[in-house]
Design a protein around this ligand. Sequence first.
Ligand code: PEP
Ligand code: MN
Length: 362
Amino acid sequence: MRHEDGAGGTLIRAVILLLTGPDSRERERLAALAQEYGAELRDFGAGQPDVLEVLLPPKLDEQACAARFRKLDSVRAALTKSEPAHLVARGEREDLTVAIRESRFGGSSFSAIAGPCSVEDYDSVLALALAVRASGATALRGGAFKPRTSPYVFQGLGRPGLEILQAVGKETNLAVVTEVLDTRDVDRVAEHADALQIGSRNMMNYALLREAGRARMPILLKRGMSATIEELLLAAEHLAHAGATDILLCERGVRSFDPSTRNLLDLAAVPVLKTRTHLPVLVDPSHGTGRADLVAPMMAASAAVGADGILVEVHGQPARALSDSDQALTPQEFHSAITTTRAVINSLGRTFVGPSQVAHTP
Ligand code: PEP
Ligand code: MN
């Protein structure tokens, strides 16, 4: 992007500054530094008072300029064009992931999040939670608000579903993850869950990302079904910029030409993401394949490619599940699949974290 400067030359939008509450003296320092570079500072607009852009004359070294700005107290980050996602970038702000690593959602060790696609009733969710916990899951995931492709199928229990999840979480000491679909529900879902899920269909719902980020709680962000890795990282950047402290990325398959599987599970995305970001990366082989018979091998493969954990749909009676029945494992199948996955993790010298190894942090 180029803008005319007063002298008839061009200024290039070269550096983006993320600020934390600069006082007037800091603003003077920002302005003085900009003047030294012959640069112009501009507001970013659209409700982002903590972002400024620096328009630089063309021949100036943007990296050197960014490095000078970074030294100012109020500058949280100074991004150049070559670093579009910054807060989540590898080597930066790793403290963002510390809490998640110490929690039950995955991290430097490997852990499993499991549960039904939809919350159906208290008894079935409790029975499932006890079963997946006994097999080694550390968190329970179930949907109360469901994003369904057709409006004529079960849409989730809504609020009563949240109550069920919270009660079962308490009863079993499992952390609860559930999806939020609407900005208006963020506070309510946050009150009932330990982590918010942003689903594939909403990865690019930037208003929802902003609102969820403001809840300042762990967020499980699923890759959009046709989103690039760059777009996934920038969606995570939206969350981090809005205040999210703990973000988990989740590969769940992308659209492909081949109807043999529901989606094409992009396992190469895991090591690619690991080179780009410090955020933990999970894999969801259930939505990634859409077929129960493929979930166990893809769980083991996820462990082999370096994922930090898996997200798996399990149901007491898959054929009767109100959503995603084709891909749900029975608790017995989950148990056997976890046993194989654990063997892969151990063979790589990594640690499988089970429910007895995590602290209770409701
Ligand atoms: C889900 O997790 O149940 C779900 C709807 O997944 P996705 O957003 O990946 O389609
Ligand atoms: Mn599902």
